[in-house]
Design a protein around this ligand. Sequence first.
Ligand SMILES: C[S@@+](CC[C@H](N)C(=O)[O-])C[C@H]1O[C@@H](n2cnc3c(N)ncnc32)[C@H](O)[C@@H]1O
Length: 344
Amino acid sequence: MDSELDAAVRATDTDAAQARLSAVNKGYLSDDVFIQFFIPRSRYLPPRPPLINVGTFIRATAIDMLVDKWIQLFGRVQVVSLGAGSDTRFWRLSTAGKSKSLEHYVEIDFPENTARKAHSIRKNDALNRHLEDITIDQGGTALRSTQYSLIPLDLRNPPSIILAPLISSGLLKRSIPTLFLSECVFVYMPPAASDALVRWFGENFEIVGGTLYEMFGLTDEFGKVMRANLMVTSGVDAYQTLEAQSARYLQHDYTHATSITLKTVRRHYIPSAELQRIAFLEMLDEIEELDLVLDHYVLSWGVKVAPGSDDEVVRHAVSWGIDRVDDPANDKDELEEGEIQQDA
Ligand SMILES: C[S@@+](CC[C@H](N)C(=O)[O-])C[C@H]1O[C@@H](n2cnc3c(N)ncnc32)[C@H](O)[C@@H]1O
């Protein structure tokens, strides 16, 4: 029997999806016509407060930039979205003309969530017309297609058991540059389980990148308030600092890792034209509170290349990341407090 805690963890997807829908409806995220299809009665949901919309915009924009850069550097890639929930990235990449770059796109979540998603995909032509040769499997919880697969798994189980079949069945190929995404997922897992996933990806693909976004450092006064208001498990306590977040990768022989807070992302990584555009969408009074909230979310990315890879591949891997925006308005040469870059 599933525990109540697992049900609460699965339900965090509803919150994430509704936050995204709100940011889309308010004009923050303009490219997502798909999220509505994953949310029942989406038309009747009230918008989220401006602070949440801005946070959703910063997070989504930064992760989109990391994914786009991975594709741009490597040309043909695999993406594995861990705890994908109602994420729409596959469809957004398809409509942005990037489906040719996707060797395969895999989404993994608990069976209850994948069943719901598979149902939405089957039901909505706006979603299923982007997929070829769809088959539904495992009692409606799994969906396979030529380029996209939705797979029901509990990611707390050993990856050598649950993920290895993705390679042995030919769904994922070791030689294709592989990006795994963990958007607000590891925080709900025991650290030993999330570590095992980072290690497994590093050991099983020739070129691998990892992207992670989640709340962290919930030990100060503001963090304690956030903790009381958010659904969190002990997973949130494992990596409290930016250095520790980067160590997630480096301890498993990834060669480069960068960790920054979302506050830093907003200040230095989002083009000022975009920040100006969203400033006109809604009145946001609580700038200080926004900074405090964003300071408790981390975006990190790490990369690993198999020894003996050719120089160009290594150069591409090392250059992967999001770049600081060279805006006179917010440019500073030195790295600031909320940002660390480390090489192994
Ligand atoms: C906060 S939601 C984030 C969804 C999506 N990544 C996003 O950012 O919009 C967390 C998701 O991770 C999934 N998840 C958490 N722990 C998991 C586990 N052990 N196995 C599979 N999925 C898990 C939840 O079911 C949920 O869909």
